[in-house]
Ligand binder design. Structure first.
Ligand SMILES: [Zn+2]
Length: 336
């Protein structure tokens, strides 16, 4: 797969919500040669600006991933942990986690509890420490850990723990590389803290005041028995968001993206999910409102350590982001 090495590199960065700095630095290095300016704001959002004389168009992809945080260290060296973002406990049980300093651990269940009854309180992170003192030489209360499952290919698909949302960071990065000069004033924002409440997107949208915005994220693709909750399928092309639980996209944006995809022969599908949200949810209600849409990479097994995407869909999303960035947009009269 063309982008496999890049994705693997992004996945090696430690970037749970609130600690995205390592990934932001790497993305800034990769984007800087193609940008007019590249900076981070107070919360840590990375803003890659490509200047144009036309209206402001903001693309947002969140950098943060879900993870774990240390809440308590037991006398026998086990760590008690809390969740950062929406973790499905059954899917992370007996899987490896890593801390920013390289400390590894495995998530295990108290022997007294049956797997079907497990709650967060029944889980321990075992980092191989025999005592509390030994554990404290490696980790502290408040340290964060992320999944350490591998990134690997399965036929034309790739599986990794952080497709949500490193794959969309990759989509924006590849689109930036292909841009050349543009009329639109383009802001590619790699946001922080999406998984804990779309927090970075709020301040970024307020600061930039875009005329148009598109959130780029993954979306649920059909798994066995899930067809009533989501519309998209793997291999069906770029998923053009109609709605999720955080946003009903502006019809003008849905139409524009659909028209561009059709004209340029980009495989695409309409995306409706009844659960879950994206940065679009925060951006569309910023200030007096923003014309907002979404471009999504269909993904199976979301918020598990084996999130899976189809490579052809990734390419379709890059092409659609690029097509919109290059499309001469009309200035928006916000009081018509
Ligand atoms: Zn996401």
């Amino acid at each position: 797969m063309e982008y496999f090495a890049l994705l693997q590199e992004l996945n090696e960065c430690h970037a749970p919500s609130g600690n995205e700095g390592e990934l932001a630095n790497r993305l800034a290095e990769l984007a800087r040669p193609y940008a007019d300016e590249c900076y981070t704001d107070t919360l840590g959002n990375l803003i890659v600006h490509k200047k144009g004389r036309g209206p402001k168009l903001l693309f947002a992809a969140h950098m943060d991933s879900i993870g774990l945080v240390v809440t308590h260290i037991e006398q026998d060296g086990y760590l008690r942990i809390g969740k950062i973002g929406g973790q499905a406990l059954h899917s992370i049980l007996h899987t490896p986690f890593r801390f920013q300093n390289g400390t590894m651990g495995v998530l295990v269940l108290s022997e007294k509890v049956k797997e079907k009854d497990l709650t967060m309180q029944d889980l321990y992170l075992d980092i191989g420490a025999k005592t509390k003192d030994e554990a404290e030489t490696r980790v502290q209360i408040g340290d964060t850990a992320v999944s350490s499952m591998p990134t690997f290919c399965m036929g034309s698909r790739i599986s990794a723990p952080y497709m949500d949302n490193h794959i969309s960071c990759l989509v924006l990065l590849e689109a930036i590389k292909r841009l050349g000069t543009t009329e639109n004033d383009l802001y590619f924002v790699f946001t922080v803290q999406e998984e804990v409440g779309l927090r970075g997107a709020k301040t970024a949208a307020f600061q930039i005041e875009p005329d148009y915005a598109v959130a780029v994220d993954i979306t649920s693709a059909h798994e066995p028995d899930s067809k009533f909750q989501c519309s998209s399928i793997l291999g069906g092309g770029a998923a053009i968001k109609v709605m999720d639980a955080s946003v009903i996209c502006h019809p003008q944006m849905v139409e524009l993206l659909t028209q561009l995809a059709t004209e340029q022969g980009i495989p695409h599908q309409k995306d409706v999910i009844t659960l879950g949200g994206t940065d679009a949810g925060a951006i569309h209600v910023s200030r007096q409102g923003v014309l907002t849409g979404g471009i999504c990479v269909p993904c199976r097994y979301i918020h598990s350590p084996v999130e899976t995407v189809e490579t052809s869909d990734v390419e379709s999303c890059i092409r659609l982001v690029h097509a919109l960035a290059k499309e001469p947009l009309q200035t928006v009269d916000k009081r018509s």
